[in-house]
Design a binder for this molecule. Structure first.
Ligand code: C5P
Length: 251
């Protein structure tokens, strides 16, 4: 999936976090929400519970899928894992930027060859910079990375770009700063999004859908405000409307 000059609709910019463990539950979520959601994100919980065949559930329905496996290993291992995922066919996948440039370049190359080998489109490879669960003290004292969290986020964002990645995962608060350093040609994907009417759950540094779009996010990852709502379709519809307001305000 590569960016085109045609702007994506709000639906195609909404990524639903499918944080469940069973294929049956994933099927139920797809059936209920695919009118409103363009991309479905599955992570290690689902993959470890059901195996890679879970990806088929999305492909059978021609839906876009984001595999959030956050690869971090030596370049050859990450390349082989990326190639395997690209052959199965996903639209987005994640790698840790802290694996370094050689690792990210190897992932980009493997995604290209894996997708080409089976005639599928190359996935967007998203770099994860600093996990939002880490604070400055942990970064400085445990990991011995000096400076502020945002210095390190911006440093790794530039490294993602120079390594050929086509996207970056960013907290809503980082989006505008990252956009300023990487420019327009890279997809910024933002979790931690909460409409005013939804529970914050365990997210702390949050932004509304409209504000996240206004800040420069290309895609929003949203889970519980939709999946745990009493009427998930209505929640998704309201979120799309808020995203559209953000697009209009940004013009
Ligand atoms: O339910 P909720 O909207 O909080 O889901 C957000 C999704 O984004 C979850 O799958 C979560 O693991 C993921 N995520 C996040 N914050 C990050 C990176 C990923 O919330 N920094």
């Amino acid at each position: 999936m590569t960016e085109t000059s045609r702007p994506l609709s709000a639906r195609n910019r909404l990524i639903l976090a499918v944080d469940t463990s069973t294929i049956d539950e994933a099927r139920r979520i797809i059936d209920e929400l695919s009118d409103y959601v363009g991309v479905f994100k599955i992570g290690l919980q689902m993959l470890m519970s059901e195996g890679p065949q879970v990806l088929k559930v999305f492909q059978d329905k021609d839906l876009k899928v984001f595999f959030d496996g956050k690869f971090l290993d030596i370049p050859n291992t990450v390349a082989m894992a990326t190639e395997a995922v690209a052959r199965v066919g996903v639209d987005m996948l994640t790698v840790h930027a802290s694996g370094g440039k050689k690792m990210m370049e190897a992932s980009v190359k493997a995604a290209r060859s894996g997708a080409a080998a089976v005639g599928k489109q190359e996935p967007i490879i998203l770099g994860v910079t600093v996990l939002t669960s880490l604070n400055k003290a942990e970064l400085n004292d445990e990991l011995r990375v000096p400076g502020s969290v945002s210095d390190q986020v911006l440093h790794l964002a530039k490294l993602c770009q120079s390594s050929g990645l086509t996207g970056i995962v960013a907290s809503p608060e980082e989006v505008s700063q990252i956009r300023a350093v990487v420019g327009a040609g890279i997809a910024l994907v933002t979790p931690g999004v909460r409409p005013k009417w939804a529970a914050t759950n365990d997210q702390s540094r949050i932004m509304t859908p409209a504000d996240a779009i206004k800040s420069g996010a290309d895609y929003l990852v949203i889970g519980r405000p939709i999946t745990a709502a009493s009427d998930p379709r209505d929640a998704a519809k309201r979120i799309l409307e808020e995203m559209e307001q953000g697009v209009a305000a940004a013009l």
